[in-house]
Design a protein around this ligand. Structure first.
Ligand SMILES: Nc1ncnc2c1ncn2[C@@H]1O[C@H](COP(=O)(O)OP(=O)(O)OP(=O)(O)O)[C@@H](O)[C@H]1O
Length: 303
């Protein structure tokens, strides 16, 4: 893991321990006749990594979009550090919530450093005139922004590639760059939408460590992911959405042991797997097959 420990102090957007950073209540999102998210409550406290899991189409990304101002929920309320969120994504980012997307959304023809600098625009006070006149204030702000962007690139292990074009980075590094760009807005809450999708096991492990390091800086994290091992290793709490509703919420052991989750989600890849009775029948048949059959009447010629 390439995390630079010199950047491990509290992040600018860090919150007091135990503070409710995100408080979503009764969030419902309807698209015409389809209710994609129904009456979902979710809190994320400072210092926490919370997972959001559920089968495809369960409403996870729609819920994220309701948290980040991309959608205005049909019903319900989302608060960030006690204040109701404005219904515009750039205002949500300015308030302190940053996100990455399921499909990577980098500026492919810009450099790695430029991508992170773009992420800093909500924290840059210099206005249009300052940029046009390029006075000393502008140069100071620009130097500070570049220094912070380089610090973030060091944090995710991409400082050696600052001048590379984003499109030339390998896939796993593009995902890291997305995270660095999100961190550039100095959030108090980071939302990660499938951060390990398409990654190999080493990249997934490195992402896990990166998320822990982000949490250690005082940034709360809410993560959607289909990789269960990643989620259960990483998260303090996990909420399960099924058909738009929150089915269960709890620590990893609680969620993993919940039969409804096993049935609705964890069991899904094995949808056609035999039930307990069928397993017992097969085991009995196998045990029977292992016993010598030669003595069975009428079976001598069956082999
Ligand atoms: N803009 C939209 N208009 C209409 N229906 C939508 C829209 N966005 C999502 N949906 C529907 O809402 C439901 C939830 O979709 P969503 O993408 O939130 O699920 P998800 O849990 O993120 O799925 P996945 O794990 O596959 O990404 C789906 O039935 C989807 O087709």
């Amino acid at each position: 893991m390439t995390t630079d420990t010199t950047t491990r102090g509290a992040a600018p957007g860090a919150s007091a321990p135990g503070e409710a950073v995100l408080d979503a209540r009764g969030v419902t999102m309807r698209f015409g006749g389809l209710t994609a998210v129904r009456n979902v409550d979710l809190t994320v406290n400072s210092g926490e990594i919370v997972g959001l899991i559920g089968p495809n189409g369960a409403g996870k990304t729609t819920f994220f979009n309701c948290l980040t101002g991309l959608y205005v929920p049909t019903e319900g309320e989302v608060r960030y550090k006690g204040a109701v969120l404005p219904p515009k994504s750039f205002k949500v980012t300015a308030a302190g919530i940053a996100r990455t997307f399921q499909n990577i959304r980098l500026f492919a023809n810009m450099t790695v450093l430029e991508n992170v600098l773009v992420g800093r625009h909500t924290r840059t006070k210099e206005g249009l005139w300052s940029a046009l006149l390029r006075g000393p204030g502008f140069h100071r702000a620009e130097a500070a922004s570049r220094a912070r962007a380089m610090e973030l690139l060091r944090f995710v292990g991409l400082d050696g590639k600052a001048e590379h074009l984003a499109r030339n980075l390998p896939y796993g590094e593009q995902r890291k760059l997305e995270i660095a760009r999100a961190l550039a807005s100095e959030p108090g809450l980071l939302l990660l939408d499938e951060p390990t999708a398409g990654m190999n096991p080493q990249e997934t492990r490195a992402t896990e460590e990166l998320v822990f390091a982000i949490r250690d800086q005082g940034i709360a994290v809410l993560v959607i992911e289909h990789d269960m091992r990643f989620i259960f290793n990483l998260c303090d709490r996990v909420a399960v959405l099924v058909q738009g509703e929150k089915l269960v919420e709890g620590d990893s052991a609680t969620v993993q042991g919940d039969e409804r989750v096993v049935a609705a989600y964890l069991g899904e890849p094995f949808e056609n797997a035999p039930g307990a009775e069928e397993v017992a029948e097969v085991e009995a048949a196998e045990a029977h097959a292992d016993t010598p059959q030669d003595a069975a009447p009428g079976k001598e010629n069956d082999r």
